[in-house]
Design a protein around this ligand. Structure first.
Ligand code: FES
Length: 148
């Protein structure tokens, strides 16, 4: 049994310690906003926050999340839309949408520590989050809008 804190709520799950956090979030906790893309740490679709840092939940064992604050896309805008979510809508970012929760979580970790990044910092920070629809320009515009 592993005790977790997910989006501010205590959760207890009966899984092996080495179960990927991504599976726990999706299958045990039923929060499907976090996506499975590659399962190998290469695409960023599964990005969540652990104590405010963007991490790939497919590469994080559930036991490594115990005692830390797990935040998923469901928790990011739970009270009111996050400034990035508002900017995402304003810039009409998504195409198929599959990677977008990971993109927003990756961007949110940047803005949490630097609310006025340069475009170069944004591009560098978002470099590992892939989008097969090539929405990169709109993603960058939305982050700059949210930062501004
Ligand atoms: Fe985790 Fe691709 S699903 S990085």
């Amino acid at each position: 049994m592993v005790m977790l804190s997910v989006n501010g709520q205590a959760r207890q799950v009966e899984v092996a310690d080495d179960t990927p956090l991504l599976w726990v979030i999706r299958e045990q906790l039923g929060m499907t906003g976090t996506k499975f893309g590659c399962g190998a740490g290469l695409c960023g679709a599964c990005t969540i926050h652990l104590d405010g840092e963007a991490v790939r939940s497919c590469q994080t064992s559930v036991v490594d999340a115990a005692g830390k604050q797990v935040t998923t896309i469901e928790g990011l805008g739970a009270k009111e839309p996050h400034v990035l979510q508002t900017a995402w809508i304003a810039e009409q970012v998504p195409q198929c949408g599959y990677c977008q929760s990971g993109q927003i979580m990756q961007a949110a970790a940047l803005l949490a520590r630097n609310d006025n990044p340069t475009r170069e910092e944004v591009v560098a920070h978002m470099d590992g989050n892939l989008c097969r629809c090539m929405t990169y320009a709109r993603i960058q515009r939305a982050i700059m809008r949210a930062a501004g």
